[in-house]
Design a protein around this ligand. Structure first.
Ligand SMILES: C[S@@+](CC[C@H](N)C(=O)[O-])C[C@H]1O[C@@H](n2cnc3c(N)ncnc32)[C@H](O)[C@@H]1O
Length: 265
């Protein structure tokens, strides 16, 4: 599989800076495609209850963590590698009076700072595309889950062949080292010891979401983005999103959703 030389430091720089703010302006504080509705869907499929101990891997601003805790009364720990995201997530969680249920840890998804079997559900939304070694991420998820626990996640994926120039443009813009495929993630889950309960290609709605981000960027947000971050960033964002729309329409990129179970001992 092709890869870009993108490091964790590159991704931390994105989320500590203007582009991280841009993603929130476009998507809301749940920084994934489909917003709160997508969180509801994943929660239903994962079987979230009030008793669950959930680990949100790559939790960013903590929007989904607060959503889950507020809705179900469950405990959620968010793990993220960018200090600014952790600070902001903690501040917003205190503001929402949810700190008794939701906490955050600074750390790398490839070396999770948690003991074995600490969680009932490992959760992720549209973020593992940033991670440089998806197999190691899935192994860590398996380790920190209790036997019988659930892994539930969505992610941006590659759905069709593309030439090197398109691969480079799409991934460089997003600062993704590479994107998995729907089947590729299923294989990684199986190889790690998960039973794959569900794998879904949910790419059909992806172009419409990307078009909407572009519309909001070029209308409502245009002046604000140019004033705060400059014309150059605005243009780069517009072109980058346009590239993703074209690739999505050509069937080269999209999104997937997976649910897996760790075997009971
Ligand atoms: C798109 S945002 C995540 C959005 C979040 N899942 C949500 O739905 O609101 C990506 C986040 O992944 C984090 N991240 C990327 N690579 C990471 C890694 N190896 N370990 C921990 N966090 C990482 C970034 O710091 C960033 O906050």
């Amino acid at each position: 599989m092709k890869r870009l030389d993108v490091s964790l430091e590159d991704v931390q720089e994105v989320y500590a800076g203007p582009v991280g703010v841009l993603w929130e302006l476009l998507m809301g504080e749940e920084i994934h495609v489909g917003g709160w509705e997508d969180t509801e869907t994943l929660a239903a499929l994962a079987g979230v209850t009030g008793n669950a101990r959930i680990l949100d891997v790559c939790s960013a601003l903590g929007g989904p963590a607060r959503h889950l805790a507020g809705r179900f009364g469950c405990r959620v720990v968010g793990l993220d590698a960018t200090p600014k995201m952790i600070e902001e997530a903690e501040r917003r969680t205190a503001g929402a009076a949810l700190s008794h249920l939701v906490s955050f840890r600074l750390g790398d998804a490839l070396d999770m700072p948690f003991a074995d079997a600490s969680f009932d559900i490992v959760w992720g939304q549209d973020a593992w595309c940033y991670v440089t070694d998806k197999a190691q991420l899935i192994r860590e998820a398996h380790r920190v889950l209790r036997p019988g626990g659930t892994i539930a996640f969505t992610d941006w994926v590659q759905t069709g062949a593309m030439d090197d120039a398109i691969f480079e443009n799409l991934h460089r813009f997003m600062v993704f080292p590479y994107t998995e495929t729907v089947e590729g993630y299923a294989l990684l889950l199986e190889e790690t010891g998960f039973a794959v309960a569900r794998l879904e290609d949910i790419s059909s709605s992806f172009p419409a979401f990307c078009r909407e981000y572009r519309r909001v960027l070029t209308t409502t947000l245009r002046d604000q983005i140019c004033a705060r971050f400059g014309e150059e960033l605005f243009r780069a964002a517009e072109q980058g999103i346009a590239g993703w729309i074209d690739a999505a329409v050509r069937g080269q990129v999209g999104r997937g959703r997976w649910i897996g179970w760790k075997a009971e001992e």
